[in-house]
Design a protein around this ligand. Structure first.
Ligand SMILES: Nc1ncnc2c1ncn2[C@@H]1O[C@H](COP(=O)(O)OP(=O)(O)OP(=O)(O)O)[C@@H](O)[C@H]1O
Length: 282
């Protein structure tokens, strides 16, 4: 890339950063998941964290949310180091984070209204009439105000995901984290969610972080992407930039190829030897 082009390329700067991860390491047993990762999540934008399966994308969201502690390094939310916070401080910081996890199902014994009201009731002392207005506003934003009285069992998969999204934004978070938001959705529901995530990001001004395997959908709404592999950031940039990177590893990923420099198989002993051996496999 020539100097003039490079100068015009967008990079998150310290001024527009909401989360800064610096030289972070994290291991699970003897397996190093992160080996000195540094990245910035820009304010008000949609940032995608992508990479091969098992590379630690969900783990990164949990580290940012303070559910896991890194072995070393910093994870700063506008200056506050999340791993260094007390439980009480973390509770307050979490009000600023909305999370939409794939497994984060709705409470099945509560109707749509109570599901969305739940975090407001836990985190605030607001009177019920104000809670009602907020819940209706959030449901309206995801197009489901009319579903307010339904039980989760009466919703389609796409509707349930949108109610979960209304719940994730109930407290007007500064950051919304999405873990595989499109998984299991039919193409129409997926398109609705893709648009919704982008629209809400623009309308509400929060910063979105998306972890997803749905490469084309994610690239279509991401402002900035970090590609993780082997415990590190191996590429970053706008969707256009990543599409132009020539590294085979990046190409394999951006083009969604099942195999390439990043192997399909999780590291394993030799297959034939394992089948022939009588040793422990479980
Ligand atoms: N609770 C846990 N205990 C031990 N190891 C775990 C645990 N959760 C995840 N891991 C391991 O940590 C690594 C990273 O997992 P993680 O779920 O963050 O990956 P990912 O990139 O989100 O994967 P995928 O794209 O398949 O969802 C994997 O090797 C996984 O086996």
């Amino acid at each position: 890339m020539d100097a003039e082009k490079r100068a015009s390329v967008y990079r998150p700067s310290p001024q527009d950063t909401i989360i800064e991860v610096t030289d972070m390491t994290f291991s699970r047993g003897s397996r190093k998941i992160f080996d000195g990762v540094s990245l910035r999540i820009p304010k008000g934008k949609v940032t995608a964290i992508m990479g091969p399966s098992g590379t630690g994308k969900t783990t990164l969201l949990k580290l940012i949310g303070g559910q896991l502690l890194p072995d070393s390094g910093e994870i700063r939310l506008e200056g506050q180091n999340i791993p260094g916070l007390s439980r009480r401080e973390l509770f307050v910081v979490r009000e600023r984070m909305g999370m939409l996890f794939q497994s984060g199902a709705l409470f099945t014994d509560m109707n749509v209204f109570d599901n969305v009201a739940f975090p407001i009731r836990v985190h605030t002392q607001l009177p019920e009439d104000m809670i009602r207005d907020i819940v209706l506003m959030k449901l309206n934003a995801v197009g489901l105000r009319g579903a307010v009285k339904l039980m989760p069992s009466e919703l389609s998969g796409g509707m349930a995901r949108r109610v979960a999204l209304a719940r994730a934004i109930a407290l007007d978070p500064d950051i919304v984290m999405y873990d595989e938001p499109f998984t299991g959705q039919d193409p129409i529901a997926m398109g609705v969610l893709v648009n919704l995530i982008k629209r809400l990001n623009e309308a509400l001004g929060h910063s979105s972080i998306i972890v997803s395997h749905d490469i084309q959908e994610t690239l279509s709404i991401a402002d900035y992407i970090y590609l993780l592999s082997d415990g590190k950031v191996i590429a970053e940039g706008t969707p256009e930039e990543l599409r132009q990177v020539e590294s085979e590893k990046v190409r394999q990923f951006v083009e969604g190829l099942p195999d390439g420099p990043v192997p399909f198989h999780y590291p394993a002993p030799d297959y034939v030897e394992q089948l022939m051996s009588t040793g422990e496999t479980r």
